[in-house]
Ligand binder design. Structure first.
Ligand SMILES: NC(=O)c1ccc[n+]([C@@H]2O[C@H](COP(=O)([O-])OP(=O)(O)OC[C@H]3O[C@@H](n4cnc5c(N)ncnc54)[C@H](OP(=O)(O)O)[C@@H]3O)[C@@H](O)[C@H]2O)c1
Length: 321
């Protein structure tokens, strides 16, 4: 038997149970992994509550990310390999919040030498999201200008680091107390998101316009975003699950602008593998430091979900079996 955090129906955090389930069945394309650390993501709460619709065969183990050690040979992996995955718990796959998890080999990647499970698992989901936003959907090219709204958050920090490492000029918004951290991550300009002249200051910092605009705050302002776009610029939407916003249609199409949205849950295994390769290079170089707020016991998964839903978490919540 394997101890796991699971649900037997969709609902609030109180639906999460901690207990024993039969060991996962590892098919020929899977690799059996003993979990060392997992992280709690906003999207885990959407799956648990039913806000994000995906198959959840009950009892359904929650959670998306894991880092751990291979315990049963599978395609391309051997026992003892240290590995990670960031795409369990949706699309029909059981989740990662368990002592033992059967992970499809095509979604499993090696942990770089010397990188710990906790430090890795904290950055996987935000960093994979940032990669997809910038390169898969935003089509970022060398020398372009990127605006990151909420540049000191989990996804924001990864966006700033990846965009600046790719040779983009990054303008970010962040609270005053986070400005230095945001600059240290690679932002050329950081503006307080509470500043009423935020949009004017971004325009001043990017007189030729923004090529890729990503707001992670969950409060997208499309009026401002379209007004800031360069010719051919792209606005990438990834947050604001319940938001209704007004779109200035003419100004968007008259500058050949594009408005794109994406959810990492829809990413193909090939896209995620592309993200994994960049993440591993950056992890190995120490270029993706993780802000772990707290390390909880895996048995406290319900508490992790409560804290996320209460908006109490700045940084990452990691759990260990
Ligand atoms: N589409 C996808 O595939 C995908 C994947 C991952 C995450 N997400 C979504 O992305 C969002 C961000 O996740 P996260 O983990 O990075 O959250 P986070 O760490 O809380 O980051 C949000 C950031 O936004 C800042 N912020 C708050 N109000 C703002 C405002 N008015 N203007 C600009 N910035 C503001 C926050 O600053 P303070 O700390 O000062 O409040 C914080 O730094 C969530 O909504 C999540 O669901 C989507």
């Amino acid at each position: 038997m394997t101890r796991a955090a699971y649900i037997t129906r969709l609902g609030p955090p109180g639906e999460i149970r901690w207990g024993e389930l039969p060991d996962p069945v590892s098919g020929p394309a899977d690799v059996l992994v003993r979990t060392e650390a997992v992280a709690a993501n906003h999207v885990d709460t959407f799956v648990r509550s039913g806000r994000y619709r995906t198959p959840t065969p009950f009892p359904f183990v929650i959670g998306r990310d894991l880092a751990g050690e291979v315990v049963g040979a599978g395609p391309g992996f051997s026992p003892g390999d240290r590995v990670w995955c960031a795409s369990m718990g949706h699309g029909g796959r059981q989740g990662s919040f368990a002592e033992l998890v059967a992970v499809p080999a095509e979604r499993l990647y090696r942990l770089p030498e010397g990188v710990g499970a906790v430090e890795a698992v904290g950055v996987l989901h935000p960093a994979a999201t940032a990669f997809l936003a910038l390169f898969r959907h935003g089509g970022l090219r060398l020398g372009e200008t990127v605006y990151v709204g909420g540049g000191a958050g989990n996804v924001g920090d990864a966006l700033v680091r990846m965009a600046s490492a790719a040779g983009a000029r990054v303008i970010a918004s962040a609270s005053e107390q986070d400005a230095d951290r945001c600059r240290a991550a690679g932002a050329a300009v950081v503006i307080d998101y509470r500043d009423p002249s935020l949009t004017a200051r971004v325009r001043e910092a990017a007189p030729d316009g923004i090529d890729v605009h990503v707001d992670t705050s969950g409060r997208p302002d499309l009026e401002a975003a379209v007004g800031l776009l360069a010719h051919g610029g792209r606005i990438v939407l990834l947050a604001g699950v319940a938001v209704r916003a007004e779109l200035p249609v003419g100004p968007l199409y008259m500058r050949d602008g594009r408005l794109l949205g994406f959810a990492i849950s829809n990413a193909s295994a090939a896209d995620l593998a592309g993200a994994a390769s960049v993440i591993n290079t950056m992890l190995a170089a120490g270029a993706l430091p993780c802000r772990v707020t707290d390390v909880l016991a895996l048995a406290d998964a319900a508490e992790a979900h409560r804290r996320l839903e209460a908006g109490q978490v700045r940084g990452r919540l990691v759990l260990r079996p």
